[in-house]
Structures are given as C-alpha cells and as structure tokens.
Design a binder for this molecule. Sequence first.
Ligand SMILES: Cc1cc2nc3c(=O)[nH]c(=O)nc-3n(C[C@H](O)[C@H](O)[C@H](O)COP(=O)(O)OP(=O)(O)OC[C@H]3O[C@@H](n4cnc5c(N)ncnc54)[C@H](O)[C@@H]3O)c2cc1C
Length: 397
Amino acid sequence: MITVDKEKCTGCGLCEKACPFGAITIVDKIAIIGDECTLCSACVDQCNVGAITIQRKKIEDVDLSQYQDVWIVAEIKDDKVRKVSLELLGKAKELANEMKQKVCVLLLGDNVKRFSQDFSNRGANRIYVAEHEALKDYYTETYSSVVTGIISKYKPNIVLYPATINGRDLAPRVAATLKLGLTADCTGLSIRNGLLLQTRPAFGGNIMADIICPVTRPQMATVRPNVMEMAPIQDSNNAEIIDIAVKVDLQGVKVKTKEVISGTASVCGIPVCEADTIVSGGRGVGSKENFKLIEDLANVLNAAVGASRAAVDLGWIPKSQQVGQSGNTVSPNIYIACGISGTIQHLVGMKSSDIIIAINKDPDAPIFNVANYGIVGDLCEVVPLLTKAIKKKLSEN
Ligand SMILES: Cc1cc2nc3c(=O)[nH]c(=O)nc-3n(C[C@H](O)[C@H](O)[C@H](O)COP(=O)(O)OP(=O)(O)OC[C@H]3O[C@@H](n4cnc5c(N)ncnc54)[C@H](O)[C@@H]3O)c2cc1C
C-alpha cells in the first residue's frame, strides 16, 4: 500500500514527474496516487521530505478474487492486425468460457481504435483502447510502463502476449515490474482447478512441462504464432469499447525510431511465419550452392524458403528462416521438407501444417512418420524435376 503524508507533502510535483506510469497528480498541493500505481517506488526515491511511504503486501495477502477476465495484448503491424493476435483471441475465448469470465483485448498504439472491429466480430467481449502518439512505434519503456499501469488498474486474471519480437520483449518487463510469473512460448493453455495450466516444451523438447502460477495475478504467458486456432468470425459484434487515457512523458522517452528494417522477410520476400507454402531445406541439401534448388522450387510455388537448424548453423541460410523449436513455428497449407530428418525439435515447429511432403533418401527418416506424401530419393534429382514439372503445368494453365 502507498500512502502520502498530507502534513509533510509540499505539492512540489517531483513525484509526479518521476512516476513512469502517470499515476500521480498534484491536487491542492497534495500528491494523489491513482490506480495505475505499481508500487515501483520511483516517487519515494524522489520525495525530498519523506512524505510518501510504501508498505508491501506479502504475496499470500493478494486477494485473487479481484482479478477477473482473460486478456490478450493485440499486436498491429504494417497497419494490420497480426494473425497471431486472432490466434490468441481464439484461445482466450476458450479459457474465458470455461471460467465464465469475459474475453478482453488490449489495443495499444496510435490511431488503433479502428481495429476494434477485427476483434469484436470474432467474439471479444470488451476492448480496451490505449491510444497515444508515443505508442506509434514499439518502445520497451513506453509500452511496458503503459501496460503495467493498465494491468495494475484493471486487474485481469490472465494476460496472453504474442511470442513475437515485441511480445517477447514486453511480457518479461511487465512480469518483472509487477513481480509476476510468466511462461514463455506456450504450446498449450488450459484451465485446471481454476488455474491457467501453461504447457511448453522443456529439456530440448524431450518433455512437455505444465506450469502454474497459483499465488500471483495476473497469470501471464506468451504464445508463438501459428500454434493456436484463430477465433472465427461470428454473427455477434457488440464488444464494449473502453478508452483508456494514456499519460506519457514524451520528454522522458529516451529512444526514437530513425528507420525500421524488417528482420523477418524471407529470401523469397515472404516471411516464413506467414507463408501458405514453405519449401524447407536441411543438412541433406549438401551445400549453400545447392540451396538454389530449394529457392527455385519455392519461386515457382510462390512459397517461402525455410530451413532446419542444421542448415542455418552451416551458414547456408539466415536464421530468420529456421523452422522449429528455436526458430519459427509455422502452419502453412503445404510444407515441403527436403533433406530434413525430422527430429522432434524440427517437428514441433511445422507438424501442424495441413499437408507435409517429405523428400529424403533414407526411407526410415522420421520425417516420413508425419508426412502425408513422401518421396524417397536424392533431392538433387527430385527437386529440379518437381520444379520443372510445376513450371510446365503452370504455363499450360
Ligand atoms: C535445444 C535445441 C533446439 C533445437 N531447435 C531446432 C530448430 O528450431 N529447428 C531444427 O530444425 N532443429 C533444431 N534443433 C536441432 C535438431 O535436433 C536437429 O539437429 C536438426 O533438426 C537436424 O537438421 P536436419 O534434419 O537438416 O539434419 P540431419 O538430422 O542431419 O538430417 C539430414 C537428412 O537429410 C537426408 N539426406 C542427406 N542427403 C540427402 C539427399 N541428397 N537427398 C535427400 N535426402 C538427403 C538424410 O537422410 C537425413 O535424413 C535443436 C536442437 C536442440 C538441442
């Protein structure tokens, strides 16, 4: 609990300036602390007269019943709602239904209210909109302080973040500031005994760990793109919109964007995470030069080029194209694995693809266990033949 000693407070405003969450206002020369306060103690350190004190609750004292609803933190990129946000919404709806709570979306940015519809028509009950020019581009400081303040004020029960570059940066900051648990890269989420059961691979993907956070709220997790089903469009479209007044001290923002360079574009120009078709190469491709065969097939199919970690480690293709546990999780319509053995670490990143085609010279390669179609043969012969045949077929149409 934070208290201001009215006898001591001079209303100097140092605490108001120091508060990164915009939680303090000076009214009649007294500091008034708002609900956005996260007890970070920045104001205590600044107060020259010792007027502000914080008494910390023990974790067991937190009243968990105050925390309600399942939230997702939406991500907007290139003026579009990222697909992963709709995937999070799909899972959040399932969890919220089970607990008979509301499913809510936190939309942050500049001029982002117009995206509310994308969530409202997919079943969100409530959309919190936090708009500010300082939120136009993602910065760790601004986003984390705004989200931390909002969470402290509205007290959600569960918060899900996309395991994107931004989400992976934001969620741990929020968790550390609020002293909460956070499970990264969940592949499964469910409710058990009223708690969020957060499932993720552990020990190199050899076991699946179930993690719970019984004593802190909100329960928080990041979820990789292409792991959950998108929330489908439905008839109802009546989410409640709540505008949140965001206070950001623009003078205090230390980082400014000069140029944005996308790190996810594939060799073929299609990001591997968002491609409908992926042609992936592994160690069996044999050399960097041979990757041209994979790129040629990808080009005729208008596909992205993917790779196993072995191919990435050998320097044949950039890390941004890696599929698997420590790379991208993908879920395309068609995944063509060329010279990839099919270890568990690769499979976890692509096994939810609709159709898997494997080309491998070893008939016992584990990739054939998950493949819908398999070609046993040397990829250096098979892949050019396929490219030629598809090119011919396309020119006939
Ligand atoms: C913590 C951890 C995280 C990891 N994360 C990932 C990850 O994200 N993604 C990932 O892919 N791996 C990951 N790995 C590595 C993983 O365990 C494997 O080492 C890797 O996937 C093997 O890549 P590969 O299938 O290309 O190579 P290999 O296992 O060496 O398989 C090569 C295959 O090519 C076939 N082949 C050879 N020549 C030809 C040819 N001319 N024509 C046709 N077929 C041919 C062979 O029969 C073989 O099946 C991770 C490992 C660890 C420990």
